[in-house]
Design a protein around this ligand. Structure first.
Ligand SMILES: [Fe+2]
Length: 230
């Protein structure tokens, strides 16, 4: 399925580090009580109520193959190998996303798995959406990293902004391709709890909402990937 992204209106993501205190276990009840997303994007001051929790597990459901999600039009191959996607001068709320990659048995973590990660800037731009003038060699907010010997990964970046897809904003999301020898390549997206556009987005799958907690000065997202054999 293809998307046509337009950029006539943008706004900064309302999420702040202080609001990124949520976990997926509470998300369902928070969503049930939350009103549907407004027809127009909230202003930066119209802060939705966060789903507060102190639970730190935040782990994604295990032993279920991770749901695939659309690639979208902004993937670029050949991103640099790095676990920190930010560069000097890149604005945004800092966040780390971490987790583990396993097979369907959710057993031993898979070492050396490549995660190819890309996402929008804090105000909803990609480096190849025609709004920036970067050198060809520049990969803004993109990077490839590998899991360690225990199958764990950690990527440091900033919270992406929403952007218009036709008349409607997409919820904030992080694109990922996961490549492991002997397993089917996975292309998916990770989403943030409490984003009001999660409720109306036609592409999101609820299982892809990260667990989230606040860790010192940085937000911390959790997501475990489960791959099926090739
Ligand atoms: Fe996207």
């Amino acid at each position: 399925m293809s998307m046509s992204h337009t950029y006539s209106r943008r706004h900064a993501l309302w999420l702040s580090a202080g609001l990124l205190v949520a976990c997926r276990d509470r998300q369902s009840s928070a969503d049930a009580s939350a009103p549907l997303a407004p027809p127009s994007p909230p202003t930066p001051t119209s802060t939705p109520s966060p789903a507060l929790t102190t639970a730190a597990s935040g782990a994604t459901p295990s032993c279920i193959e991770t749901h695939a999600n659309i690639e979208g039009p902004y993937y670029r191959a050949g991103a640099p190998e790095r676990s920190s996607l930010t560069d000097p001068g890149v604005a945004g709320v800092p966040i780390d996303i971490q987790g583990r990659v396993t097979g369907l048995d959710c057993g031993r973590g898979l070492a050396g798995v490549e995660l190819d990660v890309w996402h929008a800037t804090h105000d909803g731009h990609y480096d190849n959406d025609g709004t920036m003038h970067l050198g060809r060699e520049r990969f803004l907010l993109r990077g490839r990293l590998r899991t360690d010997a225990e199958g764990r990964y950690r990527v440091s970046t900033i919270v992406p902004g929403r952007y218009l897809n036709g008349p409607q904003y997409r919820p904030a999301h992080v694109h990922v391709k996961v490549r492991a020898r002997g397993f089917a390549e996975l292309t998916t997206q990770l989403y943030f709890p409490d984003d009001p556009y999660n409720d109306i987005d036609p592409f999101i799958h609820r299982s892809l909402v990260m667990g989230m907690e606040k860790a010192k000065e940085r937000a911390l997202g959790h997501f475990d990937f489960v791959l099926r054999p090739a």
